[in-house]
Design a protein. Structure first.
Length: 176
């Protein structure tokens, strides 16, 4: 337990994710995706991976929405009516390739050049997975016109100005 947890809190090294439950089949016990080092990109949404449709549907049905949750789910627990050995193997291969590229800095960005809006959103996707957050950042920076105030953005998105400030302080306090 404790040694396993310490290993997960260190930066990912090549193939270190193979020790995680998705690949090893061992239970993670009381370890949560928040315990994974940020280099595993645990908070990233599973929907952003290029998984087979069958795997995506099955994971959504089990409420496995983040890469961290997927990594901490033993592969054998995923097997069932719509998640066969081939789907599990493909899921493992996609996750393995993604983490290998992520660790080596090889992740490429597919830029959507249809409109300037689409291009900026696609460039920010690896940094901010939430579309709303990307829009808020771009509007705050003034990508279409003058930079917008937090008050304007808060009104548009139906939140308080303080919610932006609190989120910013929380992220800064966590070293992000």
């Amino acid at each position: 337990g404790r040694v396993f947890l310490q290993a997960l809190q260190k930066p990912a090294s090549p193939q270190s994710w193979k020790k995680l439950p998705l690949f090893s089949g061992q239970s993670a016990g009381s370890i949560s995706s928040a315990d994974l080092h940020e280099s595993y990109r645990a908070a990233m949404r599973v929907a952003e991976l290029d998984l087979p449709k069958r795997a995506s549907r099955k994971l959504a049905a089990r409420n496995i929405v983040s890469l961290g949750e997927l990594l901490l789910t033993p592969g054998q627990e995923l097997l069932g009516r719509s998640f066969n050995n081939g789907t599990l193997a493909k899921t493992r291969a996609v996750v393995d390739e993604f983490l290998r590229k992520s660790l080596s800095g090889e992740l490429s960005v597919d830029v959507d050049w249809h409109t300037p809006h689409d291009a900026l959103h696609s460039l920010l996707r690896p940094v901010l997975s939430d579309k709303r957050q990307r829009t808020i950042l771009l509007e705050r920076m003034g990508w279409r016109s003058e930079p917008r105030t937090l008050e304007e953005l808060a009104r548009e998105f139906g939140v308080t100005r303080e919610s932006f400030s609190v989120k910013k302080r929380t992220d800064a306090g966590e070293g992000r």
